[in-house]
Write a protein that binds this ligand. Sequence first.
Ligand SMILES: [Cu+2]
Length: 149
Amino acid sequence: MKSVSLALALSLSVAIASAASPIRIDDPWSRATAPGQVVGGGFATIVNTGNTSDRLVSATSPVAAEVQIHNTSLDGGVMRMRQVTEGLEIPANGKVELKPRGLHLMLMQLKAPLVAGASFPVQFQFEKAGSVTAQFKVESTQASMHEKP
Ligand SMILES: [Cu+2]
């Protein structure tokens, strides 16, 4: 009996520890891809409710060979994407938005098309908060609430 209650107490403390993570991934979504399209985008708002800044260092997903962090810039009227290799700082009590035409996740070498209505996990690795997983919802390429520039 004693060992049972100890195990319960241990699992409770683990649950409390993970719930206390200051990093939250809000509204994770992606866009459906056409057959043959080998890259996809990932968008979300990364919220840091903690009093110290953190850094997103990498991300992985089972749907893609590699997940990169990209930034978008306008270069002579042409949209260009650049890989962010130094990670992404998430300010204390702040947030960073990953959105179309801005910072985003690039899912490289998709293993299968992303189909509207489906969802897939992305595991984020933060310097301090460690690993945080979010479930990305695939939306159709047709106009959605996210399509506004
Ligand atoms: Cu990109």
